[in-house]
Every structure is written in structure tokens, then in C-alpha cells.
Design a protein around this ligand. Structure first.
Ligand code: SAH
Ligand code: SF4
Ligand code: F3S
Length: 480
């Protein structure tokens, strides 16, 4: 069959998009699907059926990047099977590996038809048409135009299918250059979207029934977007504005850098009832020596001071974080400082990673690389400490009553699963009409990965029910 013109199609074609990365990567995947929808592409859950398969890749750690090539091996066989049936399957590699490796991907995996970076996917219809005309297409130039101006908005049906919680990108890229990290190279310099564009997108989502908005960015709290008054707005001002939009009942933002956690933003946690009492604030290490070598540009004491001020502003705030173990030069004593920091803060959860030297970053060139065995051993000890903290936090929720946003049917008949303000999954006996709604729940039991509760009040008749996807992790692990 032909992948004809880019201007409207009546024949439907199947699209399969798979995300390998962070929240921004997931958001980009959705926007790719939105942009291809007017071209007649309909999403399918089976890669084997698809006319176009897009792998939206992550470059953050070696494991994440290598996963792409094993996936491409599988796709090559699917592509051959499709060809044997007289069907053409296009294979595209998008995202941060595409940005970092470009043409090299086609050299290693010649069955790939298309390679494009995170700043180029608004050109997808044109790129797909080009690949269809024969030949391969690579587009990893940082685009001069704003991709957001060229993306089709999601249809109401797409919004409903994705559930009552949505991500909205407000900021992209990074100027911080931590010495372990590839993001400044794969995503480019920091750019913030103008306030009115963000407001329009959130309004569109809220009108279609979305109740919870998470503003996302690699450094979301470095947001400095142009406001309608022509001035530069901070994330605090943006949050104030978004909180006024009808239907936005819950607000979150992620991921934040400690350096940009200013007082205005801290007090937003006191002033804005929609802002959920949970914050992801990666610290990476508890040792000043290592923080310096990582170029994080804050100390352990700075971090603890921010945590104290946040908890003064919002006493029920729960914190989550990211950690790297085995950064070059990390001694047992430095690592002990990290464990002590976890205990001191009492995180409600955290992701921890073994340091992965990434080509082109200063960390990869440093002396004193830590052995794989040492990294594994430290990772295990850190994870054990984090798990204990998380279990203690979950147990402290027993007997509490808080609002749950219901997402989908639960494991058992008559059960729904929703998210607490702290993003924990909560299983509750509740009518299906509550899907997409918020209701107060009293927590009665705590298991390792979820909470169980009962509705605190008889449900009022739900006004809007939503259909939701099968799984939607609240706290996504970048390139897990
Ligand atoms: N902008 C965010 C982090 C984005 S990357 C911040 O500054 O906090 C997500 C997480 O991946 C990081 O917090 C870090 O813990 C981890 N990470 C990044 N590069 C890594 C590397 N080279 N090896 C191991 N983990 C890494
Ligand atoms: Fe990477 Fe975050 Fe550091 Fe930027 S601030 S270089 S995204 S870890
Ligand atoms: Fe890119 Fe996100 Fe991974 S910015 S490198 S997809 S963590």
C-alpha cells in the first residue's frame, strides 16, 4: 500500500509508538501520535500490525541506549514478515539516542527508515512521506522553528483514552551540564514555552475532562516563559495562572533542580491548594565532594535547607529523589553520607542508578572510575535504605483520609485503582462511574506496592466518566 500525500488521508494506517525514556519522552510520543492522526494514523497495541513503528529512545544510561538495538533486531524480523505478506512497515528511531547517534543508527541497523531528534518530530508527516518515496531520512538538526507551533492538538477522544491525568511540557533542554549527564547534548539549550501557549493547552485538556496536570521539563523550575504582559514569568507565576483554569483540580511539576527552588516556588506549596503535597527533587549524592565533582552547584546543607523550608511551607509534603552511586572518586565515606542523607530526609520513594559513563560527558573522562562490583554493592545498600524509608512512609498513611483520583478498574471485581496525592496506587471498592473522578478515601491497609482504602463518603453521582489506559505509572523512571 502507498503512504501517499501528507495532506489528509482517508485510508487508515496503523501506528505503534514505544517510549523508552522520561516523562518528556512519554509526552513527545503522545504528541507524535497526535501529529500523525490527521494523516490517517491510528494507534495499535501490536508492533507487528503497524505500518509505522516509532521507537522513542533514551540515551541517559548505556543500558537504556543499548535496549534500542535489541528492539531493532526484533523489528527487522517483523518488517521482513510484513514484507513477505506484501505489506510495507516503516521503522523510525526518535528521541535522545537518535539525536546523539544520527546516521550511525542506520549504519548499525540498516532496516531503519527514519531517524529524527526530539526537536524535529513536528516534521513527521513530511519525514514519513520522504521515507515512503524510498530512501532513508535523518533529521537531527536543532529546528529553528518552535515545534510546538506545528503540532496538532490531541483530539478529545485521544485525551479521554489517556485518562484524567496529563503531562504538559513547559520547558525543554538544559544549561546546567552536570558532569554525568547527556541531556544538555541531546535536548539542547533551555527553552521555555510562552505562558499563553501553556494555558491554551491546559484549558484544552481540562475541557475534555482532565483533572490533574503535571507540568514537565528537564529543569521545570528553571521555567522562564514569556507572559501575556510581555514580561518573563517564573514557574511560580505560571502555577498561579494554571491553578485558575476551570477543572484543574490537581497540579504537579517535575523535574526540579535544587538550584532553582526559590522562595516564591517554595511558598506556592503553602498557597496553592491544587498543588499536590509531593515533590521530586533529585539530589544525586549526599557528599559535598561528589556534588562538586558532579557540577551540581549546591551543597548537602543547601539541599537540607530547601527541604526544611519546603516542609515549613507544607508540613505534609512528601519528597522523592534520584541518586547515582559509584560516580568517579566516590569513596565508602562519601557513600555513607548519601545513606545518611536518605535517613535524614526520609524520602517517600526514590530512584537510584549505578553511574553509567556516557560518551562526550566530562564524567566519562575522569580518573578513579568505580568498579562494577562496587557500584552494584552500593546500589543494593542504597535501595534497601530507600525501600525502608518508603515502607515507613506508606505505613504512616494508614488511617489517613485523602483524595484519590480514580484511574481504572482494580485487580478484583468491583475495585478501582487510583492515585493518592503522593502518587501511591490505592485500591478501593468503588463504582466504575468514579473513574476520572476524585473522592476521599480512608486508608485501611498497606501492602508493599499499594494502599487499600474505603470511600470516606457515599459517592455522589459522577458527572464525567473516563476511559483510561491499562497502565500509567505515576513516577516514571527515565530509561528504566
Ligand atoms: N534534570 C534532572 C534529571 C534528569 S535525568 C535533574 O537534574 O535532576 C534523570 C536521572 O537519571 C538523574 O536524576 C540521574 O539520577 C540519572 N542519571 C543521569 N545521567 C546518569 C548517568 N550517566 N548514569 C546514571 N544515572 C544517570
Ligand atoms: Fe542532566 Fe538534570 Fe544536570 Fe541538566 S540538571 S545536566 S538534565 S542531571
Ligand atoms: Fe532523553 Fe529523557 Fe532519556 S531527556 S536521554 S529520554 S531521560
Amino acid at each position: 500500500m502507498a503512504f501517499g500525500s501528507t495532506t489528509g488521508m482517508n485510508e487508515s494506517r496503523k501506528l505503534y509508538v514505544k517510549s523508552f525514556g522520561c516523562q518528556m519522552n512519554v509526552y513527545d510520543s503522545r504528541r507524535m501520535a497526535d501529529t500523525l492522526a490527521p494523516e490517517g494514523f491510528v494507534e495499535t497495541a501490536e508492533a507487528g500490525d503497524a505500518d509505522l513503528v516509532i521507537l522513542n529512545t533514551c540515551h541517559i544510561r548505556e543500558k537504556a541506549a543499548e535496549k534500542v538495538y535489541s528492539e531493532l533486531g526484533r523489528l527487522r524480523r517483523m518488517k521482513e514478515a510484513a514484507a513477505a505478506q506484501g505489506r510495507r512497515m516503516l521503522v523510525a528511531v526518535a528521541g535522545c539516542v537518535a539525536q546523539a547517534e544520527g546516521q550511525e543508527i542506520i549504519r548499525r541497523a540498516p532496516s531503519v527508515d527514519l531517524v529524527f531528534g526530539p526537536q524535529n518530530y513536528h516534521r513527521l508527516p513530511e519525514l514519513v512521506a520522504r521515507a515512503e518515496r524510498g530512501g532513508q531520512a535523518v533529521d537531527t538538526e536543532f529546528a529553528l522553528e518552535d515545534k510546538f507551533d506545528h503540532l496538532a492538538p490531541p483530539s478529545r477522544a485521544a485525551i479521554r483514552a489517556r485518562g484524567a491525568s496529563a503531562f504538559v511540557t513547559v520547558q525543554e533542554g538544559c544549561d546546567k551540564f552536570c558532569t554525568f549527564c547527556v541531556v544538555p547534548y541531546t535536548r539542547g539549550a533551555e527553552v521555555s514555552r510562552p505562558v499563553e501557549k501553556v494555558v491554551a493547552e491546559v484549558t484544552h485538556l481540562a475541557t475534555a475532562g482532565v483533572r490533574e496536570i503535571t507540568l514537565i521539563g528537564q529543569n521545570v523550575n528553571a521555567y522562564h516563559g514569556e507572559g501575556s504582559d510581555g514580561r518573563i514569568w517564573s514557574l511560580r507565576r505560571l502555577l498561579d495562572r494554571i491553578a485558575q483554569i476551570d477543572g484543574v483540580e490537581r497540579l504537579r511539576y517535575t523535574t526540579s533542580h535544587p538550584r532553582d527552588m526559590d522562595n516564591d516556588l517554595i511558598t506556592a506549596h503553602r498557597d496553592l491548594p491544587q498543588l499536590m503535597p509531593q515533590l521530586h527533587l533529585p539530589v544525586q549524592s549526599g557528599a559535598d565532594r561528589i556534588l562538586r565533582a558532579m557540577n551540581r552547584r549546591h551543597s548537602r546543607a543547601d539541599y537540607l535547607d530547601i527541604v526544611r523550608r519546603l516542609r515549613d511551607a507544607r508540613p505534609d509534603l512528601a519528597l522523592t529523589s534520584d541518586f547515582i552511586v559509584g560516580f568517579p572518586g566516590e569513596t565508602e565515606r562519601d557513600f555513607a553520607d548519601t545513606l545518611a542523607l536518605v535517613e535524614e530526609v526520609g524520602f517517600s520513594g526514590a530512584f537510584s542508578f549505578k553511574y553509567s559513563p556516557r560518551p562526550g560527558t566530562p564524567g566519562a573522562e575522569m580518573d578513579d572510575q568505580i568498579s562494577e562490583q562496587e557500584k552494584s554493592e552500593r546500589l543494593q545498600r542504597l535501595q534497601w535504605t530507600i525501600d525502608r524509608n518508603q515502607a515507613a512512609f506508606n505505613h504512616s498513611c494508614r488511617g489517613r483520609t485523602f483524595d484519590v483520583l480514580f484511574e481504572k478498574p482494580g485487580r478484583h471485581e468491583g475495585q478501582l485503582v487510583g492515585r493518592s496525592p503522593y502518587l501511591q496506587p490505592v485500591q478501593v471498592q468503588a463504582p466504575a462511574s468514579l473513574i476520572g473522578e476524585i473522592a476521599a478515601v480512608t486508608i485501611t491497609e498497606v501492602a508493599s506496592n499499594s494502599l487499600f482504602g474505603v470511600l470516606a463518603h457515599q459517592p455522589r453521582a459522577a458527572s464525567r466518566a473516563m476511559q483510561v489506559p491499562a497502565s500509567e505509572p505515576g513516577l516514571l523512571r527515565a530509561g528504566a
